[in-house]
Design a protein around this ligand. Structure first.
Ligand code: IVH
Length: 707
């Protein structure tokens, strides 16, 4: 048999035959291992066959097969993870830090649901595991996909890696047909210490903390590496599910445990905020002895029907919050204060610190907020830190709460160097030299350079390509900086002429740049082309207009529907201070400051010209109606007035929006429907005058299909 023949002795035809045999055998081994989770050979045998295959190919390079195992994923590490769109978005959690904020959370839940302070309301309280979240999809009881959170909408396919984790079952008995289990991948303290010892012994880099080690281990392109890492998994929730597991959070977790998942045994049912706080204290006391990192306690409304009513804000559920442990503190020397210029021209002071470890992470930069904060006063002029100012050379106290940017809490005056001078906040932009002014009522000083300021231009571009904006694969902050520096891209529109100006046939070409090649250049151009069609809300967010965040961009996009309608309304508003402003301001969630910011941005000639150049390259897509197609409210403008008994105003608004309606604060000729509860006054009158349909609460509930 050719398999036994020494490679040096193989004839050409024997080699060809042997390569065929190896391709077949290794292909079957891959499928058994990765697809069926049922290996047909040991790792050592597999590796030996791979080596044999590679050695034969090295001797007869022209015999290498198109389907050569050497090129196959699953054996050799893949180049990158496949992207996975989550069937249900993976949300994050809002945070609270104090007992009062926990009580406020409970109050806001009750208020939304219209429950009195004394009505019973159960929550589950469970440790917040400090790892990384993972979504496991089971179909007919078989694990078919594991995906990281990513940006919440699109994550990375780490199925093969997840299969190597002991706590993750690959088969389930009696599970719903479709079940997505969500939970946290983490590494225990002892395993972390052993892994770092191994890393060091092998001359590899040690991990800073268990969380990094877990993330680094899960996101390995070669599943064999993941397999060698001691990862664990706690289940805490679910995504898509064909049949609900139970009626409550707590019982659903129990059901997950019944299916073979590990759930955290510190999970407890608590009646009201005081019980939550008591359990928080217990968990905090046990924290050091758990053997794994937690960074707080998660509270969730237990009743799933109530969870459904509470629903979600843009990225977080209303029915849950994370009560974080107090921030970690450390003292270090403030070496310098630097000024960074943001995309809206804000001059932000950054503390450059002598590196110090705060809660397992090395920190060398922290935010100093603004000039008042450095001077020791708040925005109203009242003293903070008892009026102590912060100077270069000072010893300062750094803190980190959760994963937010580290901050400076305090300063030690007894260690202040004798020659330390009060910090003089610049009144010109350090990047472009333009005057930096502070408008009345603004806590921030801003560069007035606009588009001539390179820092603003670059930051605007970085924002433009960021994840929630255009999100162009292969064009991140680093690339944008380089292209800007070299004059290839100076405004968003230039991204869309990159191929024309730096593509095939041009004197300077993308593929010839350092770090680029034919393939990566092609990929970037395709990624850019793929983004020419862009949803209106993303475009509005991407423009980086002050005060226009993701949520506002969505609100505007939903209200106006198309770019043309939006721009016409803003232009009309700019032309007159009259009724058009009323229309803008009538949009629920749009206030005066925001309206002014919008109108100003679009009426500045240079900025407007830049936006128009951009839009000329785009196919702006009307906001996707995420309402069911048969919704009676799709595209309708609804106004609520008077009191509703069975539902709070906030809930009514969310329900209306979920059904594709726009909710407005005032009645006009554009209103389609007025829902009037008892006590309705002038709005009901106006609606009748205008011939707008008016219904009462029963009519409203009937529309929702709620008896
Ligand atoms: S629930 C829709 N429960 O914390 C609710 N999250 O800050 C989604 N986490 O991305 C999260 N332990 O990775 C939940 N017991 C727990 C958790 C937990 C850790 C993580 C999770 C999430 C992040 C949110």
């Amino acid at each position: 048999m050719t398999a036994d023949i020494d490679i040096d002795a193989l004839t050409r035809s024997q080699a060809q035959q042997e390569l065929g045999r190896l391709a077949d055998l290794l292909g079957r081994a891959d499928a058994a291992y990765h697809r069926d989770d049922d290996p047909i050979m040991s790792d050592a045998d597999y590796d030996a066959l791979k080596r044999r295959n590679a050695a034969i190919e090295a001797r007869f390079p022209d015999l290498k097969r198109n389907d050569s195992p050497s090129d196959r994923v699953g054996a050799t590490p893949a180049e990158a993870f496949e992207k996975v769109t989550h069937a249900r978005r993976m949300m994050s959690l809002s945070n609270v830090f104090s007992p009062q904020e926990v009580r406020d959370f409970d109050e806001s839940v009750r208020k939304y649901l219209g429950l009195g302070a004394d009505a019973p309301l159960d929550y589950t309280a469970e440790p917040k595991i400090d790892g990384l979240s993972l979504s496991l999809r089971y179909e007919h009881g078989r694990l078919v996909q594991a995906a990281t959170r990513g940006d919440g909408t699109v994550g990375e396919d780490v199925t093969r890696n997840a299969r190597t984790i002991d706590d993750i079952p690959t088969r389930l008995d009696d599970a719903p047909e479709v079940l997505e289990v969500r939970g946290e991948v983490y590494m225990g303290h002892a395993d972390f210490a052993r892994l770092n010892d191994r890393q060091k012994a092998a001359g590899d880099k040690a991990f800073a903390n268990p969380r990094n080690a877990a993330a680094g281990s899960l996101r390995q392109l070669d599943p064999r590496v993941t397999q060698a890492r001691p990862l664990r998994f706690f289940a805490y929730g679910w995504g898509e599910i064909s049949t609900q597991l139970a009626d409550t959070q707590y019982q659903s977790l129990r059901a997950l445990a019944g299916l073979g998942f590990v759930i955290n045994d510190l999970t407890q049912l608590c009646n009201g905020p005081e019980a939550l706080l008591a359990h928080y204290a217990d968990i905090e006391a046990a924290r050091a002895t758990l053997g794994y990192d937690i960074d707080g306690v998660v509270y969730k409304v237990d009743d799933l029907a109530l969870q459904a009513r509470l629903g979600f804000r843009s990225t977080t559920p209303r029915w849950a919050t994370a009560h974080k442990f107090p921030a970690e503190l450390a003292w270090t020397r403030l070496e310098a204060i630097d000024i960074q210029v943001g995309r809206t021209g804000a001059l932000s002071p950054v503390a450059r610190l002598h590196p110090v470890t705060v809660g397992g992470v090395v920190v060398s930069n922290a935010t100093l907020h603004n000039e008042d904060y450095i001077a020791g006063r708040d925005s109203s002029g009242a003293p903070i830190r008892e009026g102590r100012d912060i100077r270069e050379g000072d010893w300062v106290q750094v803190y980190r709460a959760g994963d937010v940017i580290p901050k400076i809490a305090d300063v030690d005056l007894s260690r202040r160097p004798a020659d330390a001078a009060p910090y003089a906040f610049p009144d010109t932009c350090p990047e472009c030299g333009s005057t930096a002014i502070r408008e009345e009522g603004d806590s921030v000083r801003r560069c007035t350079g606009g588009l001539i300021c390179p820092a603003q231009a670059v930051e605007k571009l970085k924002h433009f390509v960021s994840r929630a904006a255009f999100d162009i694969e292969g064009l991140g902050a680093k690339q944008v900086e380089q292209f800007y520096r070299d004059g290839w891209i100076s405004e968003p529109a230039d991204i869309f002429t990159l191929e024309k100006n730096y593509g095939p046939g041009q004197p300077r070409q993308l593929k010839n740049r350092e770090g680029w090649g034919e393939k990566s250049a092609d990929n970037l151009i395709s990624a850019i082309d793929a983004r020419r069609a862009i949803p209106l809300s993303r475009l509005l967010f991407a423009l980086g207009i002050r005060h226009v965040g993701e949520e506002t961009a969505r609100t505007l996009a939903r209200h106006y529907g198309t770019w043309e309608a939006f721009i016409a309304a803003i232009d009309a508003a700019a032309a007159q201070e009259g009724p058009e402003w009323d229309e803008l301001l009538a949009i629920d969630g749009i206030g005066k400051v925001l309206a002014r910011s919008l109108v100003t941005s679009f009426s500045q000639p240079a900025e407007r010209a830049s936006i128009d150049r951009l839009v000329a390259h785009l196919d702006v897509q009307p906001e996707e109606a995420h309402a069911p197609a048969d919704s009676p409210l799709a595209g309708k403008t609804v106004v609520f007035t008077g009191t509703l008994d069975r539902m709070t105003r906030a809930e009514a608004k969310d329900r209306a929006e979920a059904l594709g309606a726009k909710v407005s604060g005032s009645v006009s000729a554009k209103t389609d429907l007025l829902v009037a509860g008892p006590g309705a006054g002038s709005k009901a009158k106006k609606a009748t005058e205008l011939g707008v349909e008016v219904i009462d609460e029963d009519g409203w509930l009937a529309l929702l299909g709620q008896p």
